[in-house]
Design a protein around this ligand. Structure first.
Ligand code: SAM
Ligand code: DTB
Ligand code: SF4
Length: 351
């Protein structure tokens, strides 16, 4: 049985040793853990929307939304609730089960919270899971968002502690850990991951995953982003990561946090289908779905639907009560098969 124990005491050497395994050995181990904890033919699909774009005071070296970099992103104020709902309905109709709302803030002001809470409540009422990423949270913010129906809060640690200072100077690693603690204490599910391909070493990629796995609780959702190099940002010309190194990162994340859903996140537009297939084999169980991430591109919906069909992947449903409409859209074969999705995986996509 490959059912790995849930540990929070990984040493750097142990994580590094996993990265250094022969590629096939690593993927074999990771896939074994993946199947022991997850349906290997299922994928959770989330759609992102930037509800407050650009003009951010922070200096994250990767980010097109930082006001100080000339990236062509136009700053916009917080979207109106009806405009968000229109986009959420469209995402649901296209087959997304979770709607993730991002704001280019250092963190929300107290006066922003009731507005975001109203948006969260309205999106939740559509039958979608909700996620928000608003930056550093202040007192009471996480509780208010939870009360409004927020399911997940995304806040990434982004990179290894020792590399962090080369990427961000306007907030400390410790600040991020503080927000993650508030999120956990409010009973929200945590979505926390990082970015690779920023010029870090393999040891630092190991350090990112070590830090994630050694959090007091493993994040329920672990987004692994490949840097999207945006002209105008300090990382515009970062050297592209070897795609197999990205696959290794997914595999090691899967081994360290067996029950978490690892998301193949930003960077898919720059990734070929075979690499994505390897990521799913290595343990990715979730993607961002829809033509846009926050400000940059993502594969179009038709392309992703085709990829799902070619790989026999079926989308996970939001909750029992929300019905199967989106599953039918993404995986029409499921609708025709009254005994399940037809892959023998035991899912209820066509129930
Ligand atoms: N402002 C909030 C914050 O920083 O927490 C929320 C939005 S921020 C854009 C969310 C995450 O997107 C960042 O933590 C980073 O991991 C990811 N991200 C931003 N720009 C990216 C890029 N160019 N490539 C890959 N990931 C990126
Ligand atoms: C995450 O880890 N990746 C997403 C989401 N959480 C918010 C954001 C990716 C942003 C990529 C750059 C952009 O589109 O602006
Ligand atoms: Fe601002 Fe978030 Fe971008 Fe950093 S990652 S510059 S905090 S929007």
């Amino acid at each position: 049985m490959t059912n790995a124990a849930t540990r929070h005491d990984w040493s750097r050497e142990e994580v590094r040793a996993l990265f250094d395994l022969p590629f096939n050995e690593l993927l074999h181990r990771a896939h074994g853990v993946h199947r022991a904890h997850h349906d290997p033919n299922a994928v959770q699909v989330s759609t992102l929307l930037s509800i407050k774009t650009g003009g951010c005071p922070e200096d994250c070296a990767y980010c097109p939304q930082a006001a100080r970099y000339d990236t062509g992103v136009t700053a916009q104020k917080l979207m109106e609730i009806d405009d968000v709902l229109e986009r959420a309905r469209a995402a649901k109709a296209a087959g997304a089960s979770r709607f993730c709302m991002g704001a280019a803030w250092r963190g929300p002001k107290d006066r922003d919270i009731p507005k975001v809470a109203a948006i969260v409540r309205a999106v939740k009422d559509l039958g979608l899971e909700t996620c928000a990423t608003l930056g550093l949270l202040g007192d009471g913010h996480a509780q208010a968002l939870k009360a409004a129906g927020l399911d997940y809060y995304n806040h990434n640690i982004d990179t290894a502690p020792e590399f962090y200072g080369e990427i961000i100077h306007t907030r400390e690693y410790q600040d991020r850990l503080g927000t993650l603690e508030q999120v956990r204490d409010a009973g929200l599910k945590t979505c926390c991951g990082g970015i690779v391909g920023m010029g870090e070493t393999r040891d630092q990629r190991a350090g990112l995953l070590q830090a994630l796995a050694n959090l007091p609780e493993h994040p329920q959702s672990v987004p692994i982003n490949q840097l999207v190099p945006v002209p105008g940002t300090p990382l515009a010309n970062a050297e592209k990561l070897d795609p197999f190194e990205f696959v290794r990162t997914i595999a090691v994340a899967r081994l360290l946090m067996p029950a978490s859903v690892v998301r193949l996140s930003a960077g898919r537009q720059q990734m070929d289908d075979a690499v994505q297939a390897l990521c799913f084999f290595a343990g990715a169980g979730s993607i961002f779905y829809g033509e846009k991430l926050l400000t940059t591109g993502n594969p179009d919906v038709a392309q992703d639907r085709a990829l799902f069909r070619r790989l026999d992947l079926h989308p996970l449903e939001v909750v029992e009560a929300a019905g199967t409409a989106h599953a039918d859209i993404l995986h029409p074969a499921a609708a025709a098969d009254s005994t399940g999705c037809g892959h023998g995986c035991g899912c209820s996509a066509a129930a």
